[in-house]
Design a protein around this ligand. Structure first.
Ligand SMILES: [Zn+2]
Length: 181
């Protein structure tokens, strides 16, 4: 049997060391939580998994409408954003947010080839349809930059597109059942 003194010594030691171990675990969890849950979309770019799922649905519809969406940027690491921000500060690149402040760093923003004049057919398709998938523009000077913000992006009214233009709704074709015999 260990002496009472030794026992109390052990208890004291455990009490002293436990918070250290706990703190380490919390630190690890926090650093992992900072990384968004990223998945690759069909273009090879990465997005937050919710944004990715919505984007793939949108891209599929756009493609079917004859407006394939070309992605130039999705998720960016802190280092990539820092590089772009420095280029911007040096007057060598387009406007870029501070590292950590861009929604590209959270995997919630996507840059698309739309034509900067906002008159291209692809831009027109996005303006009329992106809200149905939770995407919208957030930077007035960047028609190519679209963000996934489903909570603050209202969908269109019935019979209208995202710009309030009437949509020609064709009646759904009757389902013909072919029973297997
Ligand atoms: Zn962007």
């Amino acid at each position: 049997m260990p002496s009472p003194l030794l026992r109390w010594g052990l208890v004291l030691l455990v009490c002293l060391l436990a918070p250290v171990g706990f703190a380490k675990e919390v630190k690890v969890r926090k650093s992992k939580a900072k990384l968004p849950r990223l998945v690759r979309i069909h273009t090879g770019h990465r997005l937050h998994r919710d944004a990715a799922a919505a984007f793939e649905r949108m891209a599929e519809e756009a493609r079917a409408a004859g407006q394939p969406l070309l992605v130039t940027s999705g998720w960016r690491s802190y280092q990539q954003q820092r590089y772009l921000w420095r280029r911007y500060r040096q007057g060598l690149g387009p406007k870029a947010a501070l590292p950590g402040l861009s929604n590209h760093n959270r995997g919630l923003a996507v840059d698309l080839v739309v034509g900067s004049e906002e008159v291209s057919p692809t831009y027109d398709w996005l303006a009329g349809n992106a809200c149905r998938f939770g995407f919208r523009r957030t930077v007035a000077s960047e028609p190519w930059h679209w963000e996934y913000r489903p909570r603050s992006t209202p969908g269109p009214q019935d019979g209208e597109d995202c710009l309030g233009r009437p949509v020609n709704v064709e009646p759904a074709p009757a389902v013909v059942r072919h029973d297997a015999s």
